[in-house]
Design a protein. Sequence first.
Length: 319
Amino acid sequence: MSSQLLPWECLDLISLTTVNGVLYGIALSLYVLSIRLFYPQLKNSHQRRHVMFMFAYTSAVMICGIIFLALQTWMVQLAYIDHNTSPGATKEYERIYVYAQPGGIASDTFGITIDALTLGIQIWRLWVIYGATRYAIAIIILPSLLFFCLLALNITAIALDPSSTRGRIFAIGMTLIMSQLTIEVFVTALIIGRLLVVRRRHISTMGASESSKQYMGIAAMLIESYALESAWTIALLISEVLDNAPVAAFFANCDPVIEIIAYLLVIYRVFSGRGWNRQTEQQISSLQFQAGRTTHSTTSEIVTQASHSSSVVEVVATS
């Protein structure tokens, strides 16, 4: 291996090995914490199927992540140890040979799978939150189209001839980044908008209370969880526009693991009791309606019902 590496090679090497390893370690910690929250909920017969599905889904994301990491490590060995004879040779070898081999294609495939799993669950979450409204289908049309466009572009990028012109490669790469960023920002904005609308209805019906703050807490949770992923994608977009290949390679190599971390942050915080499910707004509406009755027995029923509901509903009932 050459004793001197170019800036592109330095950032490429450290991102594919050290940085991705540390990031996956963070993701693994979040995964273990989430599993600890999954297990107690298996005792609830009404939640068992949903919890098992989320466990399988989250495990699939983690398995794809570790396989992606292993393949990236193999590519590092192939490019930096076996075939790096001079500074700059690694970049050309990766571009022309490594990604065209079965291992390189498999690495790209698992990267696409991570994109599909993490972005797909965001669209599903959007459907859950808007599912009770009459315009739910209209809301998810654009994110769904962008999602399938992203998958098609990813497949096109894998099949792209390495000898293609720089302009063509740049156009496909920029379209990929823009599609991903649009899905992340647009879906998160729609979810937060829905939470704020429901919060306003709650305040207009029952007045400002501690329960109204819960909606802001959920919105803040989503913003915090996806802020890292969105910021990472924006940094990648800026580095591509500025034609800074070393920095762009760094952000692109770590992007799949960042997506896993953002997904696990939401899963962990939702199963910690700070999330939103399909029944939350229906339960709140039911409690608001029943709160208008003045009998003591009805009030007792409301408090009893709230004791078995989510934290949002519980606060609404006691207020």
